[in-house]
Design a protein around this ligand. Structure first.
Ligand code: ADE
Ligand code: ZN
Length: 351
């Protein structure tokens, strides 16, 4: 476990102070699919604006369909929701709505995943997508003081050849994204399927992450580390099935971007009280809390913190501080920014 440079008296902090502390503590969100922040109200507004017919009569009916039994049942509705995104302004509006919520939750750094293939397959231009997203990030830096960057994700249910084509299409916009990730249906699509395209991405100087060990086995985490050479593991909760892997992740300080609400909604754990986050921290892992797809899973980052801590009595002020610290340390922000946020974090707990 990392220790603070200042002696924080965690025992003096009453549990009742935690929700406010968790809002005020500077933190990074490292696992957020921007298409998963599309609220039903905005889906309906964009559908109307763009003349897209939706298979649901109302916002309430759409929200009522958000009952998932696994990752695939979620992805089917998530990709359908994204079908209303057509114009640059749509991507801008979606991203701006997320950034406002993130800033209100005390997020100082956000690294947003986007799925270009979900849009280019429908005839939306790569430039339309990236200009809309990065325009909102620029406004967020300016008006909210929120540091944010984009990570382009390849859809793993598609082929590596398609991933290469997507990368080529995105390269004219290289300065608008800092890294690449791997998402969508995990089972049956191991990291090894994408070893060549990730090698090319590393050569291009892109930061590397991948979803692994969400529904897939611990071996997919090994593959992501050894074959894709990831710097963070997205989810990774199944690592506990492999003690040698846990030791390695702890030794190498590999951040795990854990998403409690997501894990419950997609039935990785039966409820928050059975989540393995306390065990991950106890094993010395650099776990973080994230919202994944907040519009679909019941809440944004702060709500993930508050409800998870409420459900798990092993988690207290020390763990809140540690999770925030891991998120800042594990981010791809400039080191000077990280050092400043880490100091601010200690100041929040020392007050
Ligand atoms: N795309 C959006 N959310 C995802 C998740 N939790 N896992 C894999 N792909 C995703
Ligand atoms: Zn995810």
């Amino acid at each position: 476990m990392t220790t603070s440079s200042l002696p924080i008296d965690f025992d003096a902090i009453p549990p009742s102070a935690l929700p406010d502390l968790m809002r005020r503590m500077p933190k990074a969100e490292l696992h957020l699919h921007i298409e998963g922040s599309l609220e039903p109200e905005l889906i309906f507004e964009l559908a109307r604006r763009n003349g897209v017919a939706l298979p649901y009569p109302s916002v309430e009916a759409l929200r009522a369909a958000y009952a998932f039994h696994d990752l695939q049942s979620f992805l089917d509705i998530y990709y359908a929701g994204a079908s209303v995104l057509l114009q640059e302004q749509d991507f801008f509006d979606m991203t701006w709505a997320y950034l406002e919520r993130a800033a209100a939750d005390g997020v100082v750094r956000a690294e947003l995943f986007f799925d270009p293939q979900t849009h280019t397959a429908r005839g939306v231009g790569m430039g339309t997508v990236i200009r809309g997203l990065s325009g909102a990030l620029e406004k967020g830096r300016r008006e909210l003081g929120l540091s944010a960057d984009l990570i382009l994700c390849f859809l793993r249910h598609l082929s590596e050849t398609e991933a290469f084509a997507t990368l080529e299409e995105a390269l004219p916009y290289r300065e608008h994204f800092i890294g690449v990730g791997l998402d969508s249906s995990e089972l049956g699509h191991p990291p090894e399927k994408f070893v060549r395209v990730f090698a090319r991405c590393r050569d291009l100087g892109l930061r590397i992450v991948a979803h692994a060990g969400e529904e897939g086995p611990a071996d997919y985490i090994h593959q992501a580390l050894d074959m894709l050479k990831v710097e963070r593991i997205d989810h990774g909760v199944r690592c506990l099935e492999d003690p040698a892997l846990v030791q390695r992740l702890a030794r190498e300080r590999t951040p795990l971007t854990v998403c409690p609400f997501s894990n419950v909604k997609l039935k990785v754990f039966p409820d928050l009280a059975h989540h393995n986050l306390p065990a991950l921290l106890k094993a010395g892992l650099a776990a973080t809390i994230n919202s994944d797809d907040p519009a679909y899973f019941g809440g944004y980052l702060l709500q993930n913190f508050v409800d998870t801590f409420q459900a798990l009595p092993e988690l207290g002020p020390r763990e809140a501080w540690l999770l925030a610290r891991h998120s800042l340390e594990g981010s791809f922000a400039p080191e000077t920014d990280k050092a400043r946020w880490l100091k601010d974090l200690d100041a929040v707990f020392n007050r």
